[in-house]
Design a protein around this ligand. Structure first.
Ligand code: 5GP
Ligand code: ZN
Length: 117
């Protein structure tokens, strides 16, 4: 647990969340500002700042997060039509919450991966 981390507070139950999937080591809950019909955040319960830090510190846990994201895609009915799994990382990546999280988004065509530039 990292003090002042929003997602650690969700893990601790101190901030409410709409939880859709949970394992011993991971938690998945609906994004408060959904960008697609389905928008779920999948996190490790342990605090790691971003996906690179997680992969270096605990690759097994990184795999558990990916497995949880796949399970969520299944239970949310995304597997047939496809979906996107996104790890925003750092400032240029648009990361706002520095507790690693996979965005699992789908339920409609998602458009291009990035805006044309
Ligand atoms: P990031 O920009 O760091 O990749 O994504 C952070 C995500 O967390 C955003 O999509 C934002 O809507 C979501 N978020 C921010 N605060 C909360 C909250 O209190 N509860 C939930 N469920 N999602 C949140
Ligand atoms: Zn945290």
């Amino acid at each position: 647990m990292s003090a002042d981390c929003l997602f650690c507070k969700i893990v601790a139950g101190a901030v409410p969340a709409d939880v859709v999937h949970e394992t011993d080591t991971t938690l998945a809950f609906r994004d408060i500002g959904p960008k697609a019909p389905v928008h779920v955040l999948v996190i490790p319960k342990a605090h790691h700042a971003d996906v690179a830090a997680l992969a270096l510190a605990d690759p097994g846990l990184a795999g558990e997060v990916l497995a949880a994201a796949a399970a969520v895609a299944g239970t949310e009915g995304l597997l047939a039509d496809g979906y996107r799994t996104i790890f925003n990382t750092g400032g240029y990546g648009g990361q706002e919450v520095f507790h690693v999280h996979a965005h699992v988004v789908g339920g409609a065509p998602l458009g291009p991966m990035l805006s044309p530039r």
